[in-house]
Design a protein around this ligand. Structure first.
Ligand code: GLN
Length: 191
């Protein structure tokens, strides 16, 4: 059975764990370095990216995670997780992990519409639109040549991407009943 760790320092980790379990894999919270051993994949959830970054450093996890990803550990980052995996992000007072060649803008939708749900076309998941929940979400403002953009809002804004074993999205697939995004991670990225 696949073993998927979910970084559980802050944010929406419980929802990821239950969705992954629903899909029949062994999913468990990761808070310690030892728990990073023998993983088939890692999820970095949404939450507050600056807080997660700080806690990762104080738990001595940042470098270990960076090394595992650079050695090919498949990883899914949602919302704050996408920010943490990016090459660079606005208003981050610490370095990001830099696992995917994207630039992101944090809190890109502003206060007026800081949360919304929209039917998103994600061709990699099939024809049926995906119910995407955005909560104080970031957007992708730049992407290198090796990055495959998986989803855009109607105005063209990039909100999901993949580069090799790194999958990211600006929204919260774990807060819906639609398991397709996680299934894509497990079947296509983790493989
Ligand atoms: N606004 C948060 C940040 O910048 C991300 C929000 C989320 O993960 N839902 O870290």
């Amino acid at each position: 059975m696949k073993r998927i760790g979910v970084l559980a320092l802050q944010g929406a980790f419980i929802e990821h764990i239950s969705m992954l379990r629903k899909l029949g894999v062994e999913a468990f919270p990761v808070r310690l370095r030892q728990q990073l051993q023998d993983l088939d994949g890692l999820v970095i959830p949404g939450g507050e990216s600056t807080t997660i970054a700080k806690l990762m450093r104080s738990c001595d996890l940042t470098q270990a995670i960076q090394e595992l990803i650079s050695h090919g550990l498949p990883v899914l980052g949602t919302c704050a997780g996408m920010i943490l995996l990016s090459r660079s992000a606005t208003s981050m007072n610490s370095e990001t992990i830099g696992a995917i060649d994207i630039e992101v803008r944090r809190n890109a939708f502003g206060r007026q519409i800081d949360s919304f749900e929209t039917d998103l076309s994600i061709p990699a998941l099939g024809k049926e639109p995906f119910p995407a929940i955005f909560i104080r979400a970031p957007i992708i403002t730049g992407a290198g040549p090796e990055v495959e953009v998986l989803a855009r809002l109607e105005d063209g804004t990039r909100v999901a991407a993949r580069q090799g074993k790194v999958l990211v999205c600006a929204f919260h697939p774990e807060l819906t009943d639609d398991t397709r995004f996680h299934r894509y991670f497990l079947e296509t990225v983790v493989g």
